[in-house]
Ligand binder design. Structure first.
Ligand SMILES: Cc1cc2nc3c(=O)[nH]c(=O)nc-3n(C[C@H](O)[C@H](O)[C@H](O)COP(=O)(O)OP(=O)(O)OC[C@H]3O[C@@H](n4cnc5c(N)ncnc54)[C@H](O)[C@@H]3O)c2cc1C
Length: 500
């Protein structure tokens, strides 16, 4: 495999170098553990602003109302920070990071206080600052769900009433999950979604396939319905209707957490709402670093994008929800659990050995919602018609496969594409013309569309698997290769045949 070095590779991080990991969620915890796993001997500081040891976020929505809601990630992943000699500082926020010669100077403040700043001077920095629930000005009476403390609040309000009325704003992943568990526990649940379909950010108009799940689970779903105001005891819609509610949950997506101030973060190229643009080794690109006219997406699919310079950013990495990665699949935004698990491995390998050949993980999201097990690999190119494998109305499970270059579905106007509930609306990168932001949804299309062969095989851009665990395993295998898998759509549509 050849490597495309846009700049000279950096030197490996010395084994005794000190590393600051900012953010003690899944990505931060994994980074600290992987540094040790890969033999790094220098001091590792893991600083997290939440007071809790790293916990898993997916159970917060799926097990909101049962005993499985709090999962300690250290225990779950078998990571013992003390045994790994990691200096874990919880309840502490990193407020600034400045470049100081060959090192970085970080200011630390106890969360929620104006207390005296502490300082750490380190040789390398990994930003694992994750994301936050998106909030909407004027919706102060609505709760959000991102943290342990959010879940405690929501549990108390929903659990403390006989038949609570819940209005969920947003039918994305989290809104749909919470709606399902609340309805199953006896709540009266209404989901209000501005887009024409649930899960519109991920599935576009194919969200229609999952719309019947809401009524089947006892949830009222109102699509193409916007909220004008959130009041202490209900919501008012733009069409004038009012829904009384004991609890209003705003589940309208996540945004990257604000980065610490200072000269380091001032250098970073960001897009969307602050996702840091990184290379295949999770090294951030600097503002203006990508030469004008260079189309990263046109590089050969076999080439990892290595942009390591000898400057300060060679010793900086950004992992998990905070990053959007330049890859041959297009710009791959993290935003999901699997990316927080896998991107630290890319970062640590590249930091310790800048010549390491790295994987290019495909986007993967899982969910349990409204009585269904869902897994999605790759992405749905906008405007394609899915090949269905099995019957979405049946009980046997099914899958939707999106092949590259399949024509637009009849009547699918661009207005039916998502305005976005879980992913940020695509906006131009503020780092200059990095990429057409649509490439996030057209990932792979630029490389594969022209590769239509007459062997009957088509490039598969994405697959949604519902209640078919065997197909999940097959899809995982198919998407492991660096280029898009090629399948016969006719064969793939037959649920009695293995997926391959
Ligand atoms: C309710 C819920 C359910 C989910 N369910 C699924 C699912 O089913 N499937 C799926 O694929 N994904 C799911 N996700 C998404 C997944 O959990 C996230 O992608 C993952 O947790 C991201 O991990 P992270 O470590 O990058 O960021 P985070 O988990 O956001 O952690 C970042 C940490 O950094 C801290 N921090 C931020 N700034 C600073 C600073 N300046 N100083 C110190 N600390 C700082 C934050 O407080 C936070 O603790 C879910 C998310 C939520 C909220």
């Amino acid at each position: 495999m050849t490597e495309t070095h846009l700049f000279e590779p950096a030197a490996p991080l010395p084994s005794d170098a000190s590393v600051l990991v900012v953010g003690a969620g899944l990505a931060g915890l994994r980074t600290a553990a992987l540094l040790r796993e890969h033999g790094h001997a220098g001091p590792v500081h893991l600083v997290g602003e939440e007071p809790h040891a790293a916990y898993d976020r997916p159970p917060l929505s799926k097990h909101l109302l049962d005993d499985g809601w709090h999962v300690d990630l250290g225990e779950d992943l078998g990571i013992d920070l003390r045994a790994l000699d990691v200096d874990a500082l919880l309840g502490t926020r990193v407020t600034r990071i400045d470049i100081d010669g060959e090192q970085f100077r970080a200011a630390l403040v106890p969360t929620g206080s104006d207390g005296t700043d502490d300082e750490l001077v380190v040789d390398a920095v990994v930003l694992a600052t994750g994301s936050r629930a998106r909030t909407v000005p004027g919706w102060e009476h609505a709760l959000t769900l991102h943290t342990h403390d959010d879940a405690v609040r929501l549990r108390a309000l929903l659990g403390g009433r006989e038949r609570p009325r819940l209005v969920c704003i947003g039918a994305g992943w989290i809104g749909s999950e919470v709606a399902g568990v609340a309805a199953a526990a006896g709540a009266d649940v209404t989901v209000v979604e501005a887009a024409p379909f649930p899960l519109a950010s991920a599935l576009g108009s194919d969200g229609a396939l999952v719309a019947p799940w809401f009524a089947a689970a006892g949830v009222t779903l109102l699509t193409e319905t916007a909220v004008a105001a959130v009041e202490p005891d209900g919501v008012i819609l733009t069409d004038g209707r009012r829904f009384d509610a004991d609890v209003v949950l705003a589940a309208v997506g996540a945004r990257p957490a604000p980065l610490p101030d200072g000269s380091l973060t001032g250098m970073l190229a960001t897009m969307f709402d602050g996702d840091v643009v990184v290379d295949s080794g999770m090294r951030p690109l600097a503002v203006g670093e990508v030469p004008d006219g260079l189309d990263l997406g046109s590089l050969s699919t076999a080439d990892p994008y290595v942009t390591a310079t000898s400057g300060p950013l060679a010793r900086v990495r950004v992992v998990g929800d905070a990053a959007v990665r330049v890859s041959h699949r297009g710009l791959v935004r993290s935003g999901h659990w699997d990316a927080a698990l896998t991107t630290p491995d890319l970062a640590v390998r590249a930091l310790l050995d800048p010549t390491a050949v790295l994987a290019d993980p495909v986007p993967y999201v899982f969910s349990t919602m409204l009585g269904h097990e869902v897994a999605m690999f790759g992405e749905r190119p906008s405007g394609t018609v899915p090949v269905l494998r099995g019957d979405p109305a049946g009980d046997e499970g099914w899958a939707a496969l999106w092949f590259v270059g399949e024509g637009p579905s009849s009547g699918e106007a661009s207005s039916t594409e998502p305005s976005g509930t879980d992913l940020p609306d695509a906006e131009l990168p503020d780092a200059g013309a990095l990429h057409d932001p649509d490439s996030l949804h057209d990932a792979g299309a630029t490389h594969e569309a022209s590769a239509t062969h007459d062997d009957g095989l088509r490039a598969l851009a994405g697959i949604l698997v519902v209640d078919r665990p065997r197909d999940v395993a097959a899809a995982r295998r198919l998407f492991r290769a660096p280029s898009l898998p090629r399948l016969d759509p006719v064969r793939a549509a037959d649920p009695t045949l293995p997926l391959r």
